[in-house]
Write a protein that binds this ligand. Structure first.
Ligand code: 5GP
Ligand code: MG
Length: 179
């Protein structure tokens, strides 16, 4: 266990790089089996999923494509509340098997909006792959077929995930220490 400080907060190692890679390889093996012959399009959601997407793709051995998108969220009118927009999707996904690659599903609201936006483009199938899932925080029903790891409700950083934009470069995952 090692402790690090990022800005005003202290974090402690909770999942090592070796454990992460073992779980990522397992997800890739399932994808290799399920998506064989389907030429899936992996859509990695920036910024948080860059490290997961990179490692996952190294274990994926079937023909596939990868592209990167961003979800921009801004305040809409009072009646519509938060409005989300999908940026950077240049591929035509109609009739394709799409696998969303996310860093973490917390309440699930971001994923729900993403699914709504992608569904309008008529893919053949929409699948969710997330590095981390907090089952205790999930507020919306989601069919998450490919979750590498389930974690408690604590705030984590590292392996692509940030605290105030810091810590994305850490190789291990760290949990916030409540002081
Ligand atoms: P959701 O919409 O599922 O509640 O969460 C969406 C976003 O919140 C994630 O994509 C991620 O950016 C952020 N998030 C949720 N939990 C954590 C966490 O424990 N650590 C970090 N760094 N970000 C989180
Ligand atoms: Mg994310």
């Amino acid at each position: 266990m090692s402790r690090i400080k990022i800005k005003d907060k202290t974090f402690e190692t909770s999942i090592t790089e070796a454990e992460i890679l073992e779980k990522v390889e397992r997800v890739a093996a399932k994808l290799n089996k399920d998506m064989e012959g389907k030429n899936p399009l992996f859509l990695a959601v920036l910024n948080g999923s860059f490290m997961y997407a990179s490692d996952l793709m190294k274990f994926v051995t079937i023909p596939c494509e990868i592209s990167f998108v961003r979800v921009a969220s801004y305040d809409g009118t009072e009646s519509s509340g938060k409005v989300a927009e999908l940026l950077g999707l240049n591929e035509d996904i109609e009739g394709r098997e799409v696998v969303i690659v996310e860093d973490i599903v917390d309440t699930g609201n971001t994923m729900k909006r993403m699914l709504e936006m992608l569904r309008k483009k008529n893919p053949a199938g929409l699948h969710i792959s997330t590095l981390l899932l907090k089952p205790g925080k999930l507020q919306v029903p989601l069919d998450i077929e490919y979750a590498a790891m389930e974690i408690p409700n604590d705030f984590i950083v590292g392996y692509g995930l940030d605290y105030d934009q810091q810590g994305r470069n850490l190789r291990d995952i760290y949990t916030l220490v409540q002081e």
